[in-house]
Design a protein around this ligand. Structure first.
Ligand code: F6P
Length: 545
């Protein structure tokens, strides 16, 4: 993507910051008005997706400065090292080869290992298992066909497949899928009420097979199976998706029911691995393959397209512009499609677990902001909730609007209303409405002048609030695969821009370690480690007395 480094990182960042303090740096409305070809110039296409950056304040000099920062930071070198299977996850000394997961014929290698061959073997095993379950060759120990699949997993072992199944599942598909993530027993209680243990296949999805919540839920669900089909029969209802084969065996899962993946697959990038088995079972293996194909198309674009047209690079550069140049530390993701309701949650883990870092790969403090807070909800629901703050609040929050052109229902009128709202939100954010305009509208509607004066400041919108729009032709498996891969590669680019490791997650460790001690305190077996915890433990235990 980039030429060899020319500017030093310091001077490249300085040039970007200098642009950001120029008068009108954040102006969007004026640019839209002055540049009739802006939408055309700032719209990019790849793998069936369209990305519109015209409602940001980006301009040619900013884009050039961002490319210079990328060049100095070695963004394209990082991408290429990732694709070569080098240990780009430096703190864990591992490759990050999710690219290989969607390309079993891609010739990917992770060090000495033929990664593509390993992927091909797992995909074949998944295909065979899904087929056997769907054809009734693999059944309950009672002989009943499996109608429901429960995926027990959390974080990357839950969010990706749960999001995809929610997006792509249709009633005509082979099985119903359920996702049990939270160790909160209420989650299992609610799910259990919908299930017949004699027809339920259970996948324990855990890269490490040690995650406390997943293992606690797995024990609970295994006991529930055993109550109905006996201890010996429960095994027929279980499979594991994991890198930890000894632990799956200890849990009593037969080796031919273990679908493995390698440590070069990060949890939040594992949707495309054996962790996607629930998608293949619920929606059909062909749907899973089409999802992989969509991601593969985006991968090919990411690896080959020049920066000026490279969607993941451009999305990452836009984020750098917002976070580092304009100082905007949050972003909202609004899919205008109810079926993408879990996409914001998936992107939250993908982006915040990857980019929530404050030291560089070398261990030095990062001199500027890193990953923003990411949140979101489907539109139009979000419009009746937090969009007030995004339109008129004291902070500016860039938005990703995700629109789907063709629905899979016959309610054309509803779909037009949905899309009209998404488009209108982006327009309102960018253009705003001045107090004078608001006042004139109120007067035209017959309002008294004094009342119009009083209300005008409240009814004014500042505008110049940035958004990007991503358009999918339809919510097909291919389009969804391409969309998720787009965000994954954006994350990799941002890791390189900021010089941080986007593939580790040490920040989740401390709480996990402390939970062991607080559990002992709650059980009355040990004192709490600090006074605040001790007081709360005492208050909770009072309720148990
Ligand atoms: O606690 C964070 C995390 O390690 C995530 O990175 C991961 O996706 C999740 O927990 C689940 O981990 P596992 O798949 O090993 O159970």
């Amino acid at each position: 993507m980039t030429e060899p480094a020319t500017a030093s990182p310091r001077s490249a960042w300085a040039a970007l910051h200098a642009l950001a303090v120029q008068p009108g740096a954040g102006a969007i409305r004026a640019r839209l008005d002055a540049e009739p070809d802006r939408a055309e110039r700032l719209t990019f296409r790849a793998a069936g997706l369209l990305l519109d950056l015209s409602r940001t304040a980006l301009h040619p000099a900013a884009l050039a400065a961002l490319q210079e920062v990328a060049r100095a930071a070695g963004v394209s070198g990082f991408r290429d090292a990732m694709a070569r299977g080098e240990a780009v996850n430096a703190t864990e000394r591992r490759a990050a080869l999710h690219l290989a997961l969607r390309d079993p014929e891609g010739g990917y290698r992770a060090g000495a290992e033929d990664a593509s061959a390993a992927v091909a073997a797992t995909l074949e095993a998944m295909r065979g298992f899904a087929r056997a379950v769907h054809h009734g060759e693999v059944t309950s120990v009672t002989g009943a066909r499996f109608t429901d699949v429960v995926n027990i997993g959390i974080g990357g072992s839950d969010l990706g497949p749960a999001m995809v199944t929610r997006a792509l599942w249709r009633p005509c598909m082979p099985m119903r899928a359920h996702y049990l993530a939270n160790v909160d027993g209420h989650a299992w209680e609610a799910m259990r009420a919908q299930l017949d243990p004699r027809r339920t296949l259970v996948l324990v999805a855990s890269k490490t097979f040690t995650t406390q919540e997943t293992m606690a839920n797995a024990r609970l669900v295994k006991a529930w199976l055993a109550e109905s089909v006996g201890e010996a029969g429960a095994g027929a209802h279980l499979a594991a998706l994991s890198t930890n084969l000894p632990a799956t065996a200890d849990f009593g899962i037969a080796p031919d029911r273990v679908f493995g993946f390698r440590d070069w697959v990060g949890g939040r990038f594992s949707l495309w691995s054996a962790v996607g088995l629930s998608v293949a079972l619920a929606c059909g293996f062909e749907v899973f393959e089409r999802l992989l194909a969509g991601a593969r198309a985006m991968d090919a674009h990411f690896l080959a397209a020049p920066e000026a047209e490279n969607l993941p690079f451009l999305l990452a550069a836009t984020e750098v512009w917002h976070v580092n140049a304009l100082g905007l530390p949050a972003r909202a993701v609004l899919p205008y499609d109810e079926r993408l309701a879990r996409l914001p949650a998936h992107l939250q883990q993908l982006e915040m677990e990857s980019l929530g870092k404050r030291v560089t790969v070398g261990g030095a403090p990062v001199p500027q902001g890193t990953g923003p807070v990411v949140f979101g909800e489907p539109g139009t629901n979000a419009q009746h909730s937090f969009m007030q703050l995004i339109h008129q609040g004291s902070v500016r929050v860039p938005v990703d609007f995700i629109l789907v052109a063709r629905p899979d229902h016959d309610h054309a009128g509803s779909h037009r209303i949905l899309l009209a709202n998404g488009l209108a939100q982006a327009e309102a954010l960018a253009r705003g409405r001045s107090a004078e305009q608001a006042r004139a509208e109120m007067l035209a509607a017959g309002m008294a002048e004094a009342e119009a004066d009083r209300l005008a400041p409240h009814r004014a919108f500042p505008g110049d609030r940035p958004s990007v729009t991503i358009l999918l032709p339809a919510l097909t498996p291919e389009a969804l695969g391409a969309l998720v891969a787009l965000y994954e590669h954006k994350v990799a680019c941002l890791g390189a821009f900021w010089g941080i490791n986007p593939f580790d997650q040490w920040g989740v460790e401390l709480g996990k370690q402390l939970a062991g001690g607080t559990l002992a305190a709650l059980e009355g077996k040990a004192p709490a480690a600090d006074a605040a915890t001790a007081a709360m433990v005492a208050a909770i235990r009072d309720h148990w007395a």
